[in-house]
Design a protein around this ligand. Structure first.
Ligand code: DGL
Length: 267
């Protein structure tokens, strides 16, 4: 495998850009190829079979770009498809999971909250995280079906988005949580509002930088770090509408970017 090859990253939409930010910060010399499957968002309401099929199509596309490693920057795709992807492809595949362990280790009230998609919360993998780290604490779960759309629409700070966040976090705050796990990669883009709504007594757990550290560890272990001295480049694709993507990607990536349409067979 060529160490100067890019790293492929995908999500159901633009949420995985929160992970891409962390990867860029930890791995400044890597070229990064990002695909947003915004033509099929949300993943949170789809069947595992559908998500396996989409994850395979996106991986196949990223392989045409010559990627040396894959990051599944989506909790929902991870629970539905990462096992399947690992059985099909030999490149390193790094996936994400809600930071229950981190939250369990810092709680003082003995109650933590997890917000994620319904598909993530209902998964076997999530149940097993709860079994492993939740025996001595209370773990309150909340599916947030309306939040992904707010991020996909770039509606990050409006009163309507604030009301949705209040609605979802109210029962968790009433149960005296002092840590809140962001179990969906879209949610870090709502941090300013989430922070305001839950207040400073609640620690927010976002796994973006932990995933980036894992990518660094895996690439280092396999001698796959890009030795180039110059900064890496990012390339962006979407299966959704190009015009919408152009604007939301530029907002979330915090600079003007050029988004390409995912080629037909992979859409
Ligand atoms: N960003 C995703 C996650 O981490 C999926 C959101 C969705 O498409 O429902 O779970």
């Amino acid at each position: 495998m060529n160490s100067s090859a890019p790293i492929g990253v995908f999500d159901s939409g633009v949420g995985g850009l929160s992970v891409l930010h962390a990867i860029r910060a930890a791995l400044p010399h890597e070229d990064l190829c990002y695909v947003a499957d915004s033509g099929h968002v949300p993943y949170g309401t789809k069947t595992p079979e559908y998500l396996q099929q989409r994850s395979t199509a996106l991986t196949e596309f990223l392989l045409t770009q010559g990627i040396k490693a894959l990051v599944v920057a989506c909790n929902t795709a991870t629970v539905a498809a990462v096992k399947h992807l690992r059985s099909q492809y030999s490149i390193p595949i790094i996936a994400v999971e809600p930071g229950i362990k981190a939250a369990a280790s810092i709680t003082k009230t003995g109650a933590i909250g997890v917000i994620a998609t319904a598909a993530t919360l209902e998964s076997f993998q999530f149940m097993s995280l709860i079994e492993r780290f939740g025996s001595d604490i209370k773990i309150l779960q909340q599916a947030c079906p309306h939040l992904v759309k707010q991020v996909e629409d770039g509606d990050l700070t409006s009163p309507a988005t604030r009301t949705i966040i209040q609605h979802y976090t109210e029962p968790l705050l009433a149960a005296d949580i002092d840590a809140l796990v962001l179990g969906c990669t879209h949610y870090p883009f709502l941090r300013p509002l989430i922070d305001e709504v839950v207040g400073s007594e609640v620690t927010i757990i976002d796994t973006g930088s932990a995933i980036a550290r894992q990518v660094l560890k895996v690439l280092t272990g396999q001698n796959l770090l890009n030795p180039a001295p110059q900064p890496g480049q990012e390339t962006f694709w979407t299966s959704g509408e190009i015009e919408t993507a152009q604007s939301i990607f530029s907002t979330l990536w915090q600079q003007e970017v050029n988004v390409q349409r995912l080629p037909e067979p992979f859409r």
